[in-house]
Ligand binder design. Sequence first.
Ligand code: KG4
Ligand code: ZN
Length: 357
Amino acid sequence: MRVLGIESSCDETAVALVEESPAGAACLLSSVISTQIPLHRQYGGVVPELASRNHSGRLPLLLREALERANCSIHQVDAFAATGGPGLVAALLVGHTAAKAMALAAGKPFISINHLEGHLLSPFLPREETRAATGIPAPEPHLGLVVSGGHTLLLHVRGLGQYELLGRSQDDAAGEAFDKVAKMLDLPYPGGPEIDKLAELGDATRFNLPRPMLHDPNFDFSFSGLKTAVLYLLPKLTPTGNPHELDKQTLCDLCAGVRAAITEVLVRKAKLALRRTGLRLLAVSGGVSCNSALRRGLSDMCAKEQAELILPPPDLTTDNAAMIAYAGLLHARAGDHSELTTPVDPNPTLAGCTVRG
Ligand code: KG4
Ligand code: ZN
């Protein structure tokens, strides 16, 4: 079985093809991404109108490239999957409608995928081969931590589509916190990778930034206090509060402090959730899972907790279509298809809660 996936929920246009091997493992045949980051960078964030126009221009070329790389024609595809939400409505419509049109033309099923489910399951794609060999149906029970630009979710995953929400951010998502602090420091968009890079040269102990809800006996997060803390700190570090007046070391120390505050909360809540649920497998996904300190922190914690940690490879952490095609394949295997009348939904539900785009 072959599934084509399309992602167009925000500022990445992407197409991928996955195939189920005779042994029952999913393997990635092709994955192409066109990022709009340089386009939006001059505005300091994503401009929805520009995003959808750009998706519609890029998508046909990417579809052709992904099919060519996979050496596959549209008639050799068994199902067409696309992100249906959360995301920007006009951006979602581009990929969703294209997948429906191809499904209609080829007489094959269409599958609308929740973008966050795509992230959630993405760490399993690289493991498929070994899993098929041992006969484990995907996805096995685990603790899922999704840390993206728009969402921070901790989920107990019991199986495909069986997701129990344990906790979520009550305000800004972890990626959003990185991006907002970066904007304050006038670093390029998106801020997460920039802060991560500068933080590697900084001293995380110099500034003691808040870690809200760290000791609360639940799995919820709050990251909005961090930008306020940086806002009040800046005028104390330079006479005018202008981030360009910060010396390089101070900037790096500040980035290291921000990164440490975010990662400490994420690692601690994941540890508590592993203990509370008794689960021994932690799968972490979303753009922030690329963060080097978070990867180190989670890896150390899991080693101590004797839990297994799985992460997507760095190119599958930020938005991509491989995760959409893979989720599409898992649903197709389970016999789940969507009607061609299924609309996009900027605020769909996952695990019984609304996830906003
Ligand atoms: O998953 P994603 O591509 O988009 C959403 O679905 O939201 O995540 C994008 C987010 C951005 O906030 C970006 O700043 C953050 O992931 N990000 C990082 C890193 N790389 C990307 N945050 C921290 N450290 C990184 N290395
Ligand atoms: Zn995403």
